[in-house]
Design a protein around this ligand. Structure first.
Ligand SMILES: [Zn+2]
Ligand SMILES: [Zn+2]
Length: 245
């Protein structure tokens, strides 16, 4: 196993005294929290440093870098992102950067093992690339991701009601996507999630400058999916939860 970072790691800053604090300093009200972004480690166009800076300027309080991974690059990506997150801890003011990944176009039969490997390599937030309607994702990827207990099922497309119910049971968040194409089914995902009590997350799925929304823009996307203002705020609180634990 290749682990280049010393554990346990705190990504909130060099002064680790806050780790023992019962009340975390992160302000969840008004800040943006993005669980889904890409860098040059996969198909994004920015190195992590520029991504982080651009998100900070947009009012981000918590950023997960979730590059596309499969069996070929999982360790490389996650270890590299963990190294970055540790190196910049505390350097972006209120914004915390967490290493994550998006398990992408992996045959469903392998998804369970990949989720375990991602956590072992140091991913703090594990996304699985769901069955978006704009890519030929293998049928069964949604179900396999939920059964594997990933943190977020990204852009789950026309997800089945049974899978939404299972996500609710397993505590897997279903993503409302800020990305063109993937966002076509946001309304479907939001409606079924509300019906079955599944929790939602928001991800910009940003790959390039201009893709990183402010909190206000993210809440507009959430409301456009059919959520009320209060429900949209709850989704951002769900996102924030990854940074305050
Ligand atoms: Zn991508
Ligand atoms: Zn993505």
């Amino acid at each position: 196993m290749l682990v280049a970072v010393s554990l346990p790691v705190c990504y909130k800053g060099r002064d680790r005294s806050h780790c023992e604090a019962t009340e975390m300093a992160t302000n969840t009200e008004g800040a943006m929290f993005d669980l889904h972004t890409h860098t040059t480690f996969s198909d994004g166009v920015l190195v992590p440093g520029e991504l982080a800076r651009r998100c900070q300027v947009q009012g981000c309080g918590g950023l997960v870098i979730s590059d596309h991974v499969d069996p070929s690059n999982l360790e490389f990506c996650i270890v590299s992102l963990a190294r970055f997150a540790e190196a910049v801890a505390g350097a972006y003011g209120e914004m915390t950067v967490l290493p994550g990944c998006e398990i992408t176009h992996v045959p469903p039969v392998l998804i369970g093992d990949m989720v375990d490997q991602a956590r072992e390599a140091g991913a703090e937030v594990v996304l699985v690339h769901g069955e978006t309607v704009v890519e030929p994702v293998a049928p069964g990827a949604n179900r396999a991701a939920i059964e594997a207990g990933c943190d977020v099922l990204a852009h789950p497309g026309l997800i089945d009601p049974e899978d939404v119910a299972l996500a609710a049971e397993r505590g897997v968040l279903l993503e409302i996507s800020g990305r063109k194409g993937h966002s076509l089914t946001n309304g479907h995902v939001a409606r079924l999630a509300l019906e079955h009590g599944a929790r939602l997350s928001f991800g910009s799925d940003g790959h390039a400058p201009g893709d990183y929304p402010t909190r206000e823009t993210a809440e507009t996307v959430l409301r456009a999916a059919g959520l009320t203002t209060e429900q949209a705020a709850q989704v951002m609180a769900n996102n924030a939860g990854f940074f305050t634990g």
